[in-house]
Design a protein around this ligand. Structure first.
Ligand SMILES: [Zn+2]
Length: 156
C-alpha cells in the first residue's frame, strides 16, 4: 500500500512538473528563473494534496457505488425470494388447476357419453316410424315438446 502511495506521489510529482513546465509556466509565467528544487517541492506538495483529495473523492464515490451495489444485491435477493415463492405458488395452483381440469374432462366425457346415448335413443325412436300426432288437432309434434305447437294442447 505504501509502495503504491509512494509511486503515485512520485508519478504525480513528475506529471505536475512536466505539466507546469510544458503548459502553465510557458503560458502564464513566461521564462521566469525559479529553482528546479523549489518547483519539485511544490509539485510534490500538489501531488500529495491531489492524492488526499483524490482518495477522499474515490472513497466517497465508492461509498455511494458500494451503497448502490449493496442495495441492488439486497433487492436482487428479495426479488429472488419473492420470485421463488411466486413460482412455487404458480406451480401449486397450476397443478391443482390441471387436476381439476382432468376431473372436469372426465365428467364431461361421461356427459358426452350420456348425450350420445340419448341421441342414439332418439334417432332409434324416430326411425321407428311412429308419428306423434296431437290428439286435439292432429298435427305432428316433436317428441320432446310439452305442448302442441299448433293448438297448445298439453302433450302427455
Ligand atoms: Zn294440436
Amino acid at each position: 500500500m505504501s509502495t503504491i502511495l509512494l509511486v503515485s506521489i512520485i508519478g504525480l510529482t513528475i506529471f505536475y512538473f512536466i505539466l507546469y513546465h510544458s503548459i502553465f509556466r510557458v503560458m502564464y509565467f513566461g521564462n521566469v528563473g525559479t529553482s528546479i528544487v523549489g518547483e519539485f517541492i511544490s509539485c510534490g506538495f500538489a501531488a500529495c494534496i491531489t492524492l488526499v483529495f483524490g482518495a477522499a473523492a474515490i472513497k466517497f464515490i465508492f461509498g455511494i457505488v458500494g451503497g448502490i451495489i449493496v442495495f441492488l444485491l439486497k433487492a436482487a435477493v428479495v426479488l429472488a425470494i419473492v420470485g421463488g415463492i411466486c413460482f412455487v405458488i404458480y406451480c401449486v395452483v397450476n397443478a391443482i388447476k390441471s387436476k381439476a381440469n382432468d376431473n372436469y374432462e372426465e365428467m364431461s366425457d361421461i356427459n358426452t357419453d350420456q348425450e350420445e346415448f340419448a341421441s342414439t335413443n332418439e334417432s332409434h325412436t324416430q326411425n321407428d316410424g311412429e308419428k306423434n300426432i296431437c290428439t286435439n288437432c292432429g298435427v305432428e309434434y316433436n317428441e320432446s315438446a310439452a305442448f302442441c305447437v299448433n293448438c297448445g294442447e298439453k302433450i302427455n
